[in-house]
Design a protein around this ligand. Structure first.
Ligand SMILES: C[S@@+](CC[C@H](N)C(=O)[O-])C[C@H]1O[C@@H](n2cnc3c(N)ncnc32)[C@H](O)[C@@H]1O
Length: 212
């Protein structure tokens, strides 16, 4: 967060928009207990070490604290860029249209993760949108779009954090991608559009918080 540009004040409702996470070890359920302890202390900035889902950092941001985060996992870093560091930049309808409809020839996910987590149709969709995120102008738009894309994969993936075990079963031939399709009959598309809205809501509420 750039201290010269931003002055943030407490915004009571903001945290209520933070969605459930499927992040192993997330402090989502105990964040109010953590706050009960920390609120006794006077502080203006907060370091969310090993930020994971970023729930703690977002909570502190909603309390008007200047937040710093770290995590070596890329999706944690990207989500922090999208909703902790960024307090202004949203995806507009042109961005969403571009992300969903701009055709490209990307095929990394389709090849690398064939028959593992998602159907061939979903993999093609993920390839297309993933490439298009990198074409958006500006690091915050890219971060918002990519966080939404990864969140949609986590939401659709009903094995949650243990999906690698499912993938091993499939690699061993004990389950098939068809059996997985029966469980999750919706395509990735509605999951992603919902996550676009979630991310935009999270940023929008921090925008309300800015003083200038
Ligand atoms: C239990 S999770 C953190 C949960 C987080 N507080 C939340 O509420 O979502 C632990 C995190 O530490 C990160 N991590 C582990 N070792 C790390 C290291 N040496 N440097 C940076 N991040 C690390 C992992 O990537 C993981 O996201």
């Amino acid at each position: 967060m750039n201290s010269k540009q931003l002055e943030i004040e407490e915004f009571a409702d903001q945290f209520s928009y933070f969605p459930g996470t499927r992040y192993m070890g997330s402090k989502n359920k105990i964040i109010h207990n953590i706050w009960d302890i920390l609120k006794e202390y006077e502080f203006n900035s907060f370091f969310d070490a090993f930020a994971g889902s970023n729930v703690v950092g977002y909570f502190m941001k909603s309390k008007g604290k200047r937040v710093y985060t770290n995590d070596f996992m890329t999706i944690s870093y990207i989500t922090a860029k999208a909703i902790i560091e960024n307090s202004r930049v949203l995806l507009d309808s042109n961005d969403v249209d571009f992300l969903l409809n701009n055709s490209n020839k990307e095929s990394y996910i389709s090849q690398k993760f064939k028959d593992l987590y998602f159907t061939a149709q979903d993999n093609l969709f993920l390839d297309k949108v993933r490439f298009n995120t990198s074409m958006l102008k500006g690091k915050y738009k890219q971060a918002v779009a990519l966080s939404a894309l990864v969140r949609s994969c986590m939401k659709k993936n009903d094995q949650g954090v243990f999906s690698h075990l499912w993938a091993i079963d499939m690699t061993m031939g004990e389950k098939t991608s068809e059996s997985r399709c029966k469980i999750t009959s919706l395509t990735m598309f509605p999951y992603l559009t919902k996550q676009f809205l979630t991310m935009v809501t999270l940023v929008k509420h921090t925008t309300h918080q800015l003083k200038n």
